[in-house]
Design a protein around this ligand. Sequence first.
Ligand SMILES: *Cc1c(COP(=O)(O)O)cnc(C)c1O
Length: 352
Amino acid sequence: MTFRIRSDLDSLPVYVPGKTFPGALKLASNEVTHGPLPAVAEAIAQAAAGVNRYPDNAAVALTEELAKSLGVTPAEVQVGCGSVTLCQNLITVTSGPGDEVLFGWRSFETYPLATRIAGATPVQVALTGDAVYDLDAMAAAITERTRLVFVCNPNNPTGTVVSAQTLRRFLERVPDDLLVVLDEAYYEYMRLSPGHAYDALELRREFPNLVVLRTFSKAYGLAGLRVGYAIGHPRVLDASRSTAIPLSVTAAAEEAALASLDAEDELFARVAVLTERRDRLAARLREAGWPVPAAQGNFVWLPAGERTAEVAAGFDAAGLIVRPFAGDGVRISVGEEEAVDRVVEVAASVAP
Ligand SMILES: *Cc1c(COP(=O)(O)O)cnc(C)c1O
């Protein structure tokens, strides 16, 4: 049978569900291993009682709460059904056939996928030898056709962060009508030295073409509820909002996000435990012979290159589900404490 399906989408990867098996430790999706805090579970249960009603399409309560805590106006915040859909909205409002969307590579898989769904052309600029976004090379790759730039910081899957100085220099070089999206999905896990640290919200005041993306999926532990947000210029976000799937942020997601903002102290205490574990895991992997780049997310990166499939198979056999990226490396989420020794043991047995 043939159907009238867009042929330019034929080569999109077909979604393959993540595998799992009993007793396996899931370290493949950068999820938080803790379940929701009691107050958050309670907020979700209360929202469940109202699912006969549509949610508030504008997520006003959450938008206002975020605006207050970020020190911006509500018009400068867009709440979305996960920051993945905000990436899509921003591509939709800027880019179509013939336009280019620029980002580093290897990076977040949504960028090329959503770009191609929009009919636009992904332009991928290789990371530096240290697996960091190469912003100088990206600035040089901007053309007449470039409509959107993604900077993933920390970069998924390598975990690295660009320095404050390079980021500023890049923003100074980019034309001021070209949108730059700084994807900070792992913002809460960054532990940067003062010279390296930057403040995205401050940069945004100076560079109005900067849009910052954050999410409740990672540090806030709400991956299953789908809620993230963008901080940007009202004109950009008005356009972006108009392309969002209507009513896609559920009341449960909104209420859980609000309860999570209230519980930030507890959640950030978990983040602190995790970043300490991450640093320890990365150090031990380096001792075991792996050149693990600076890890600033809730995961570590084994640059296994051509050996990626073999290395991932070693983890699989040990009951550890990790995320291989063919030809580049293996991303391992920092999970429970028990996982640390097991990850190091397998990694050492397949070290370069
Ligand atoms: C996990 C992740 C997101 C967030 O996705 P949600 O849709 O909010 O769950 C965004 N960007 C990157 C780079 C990520 O790794």
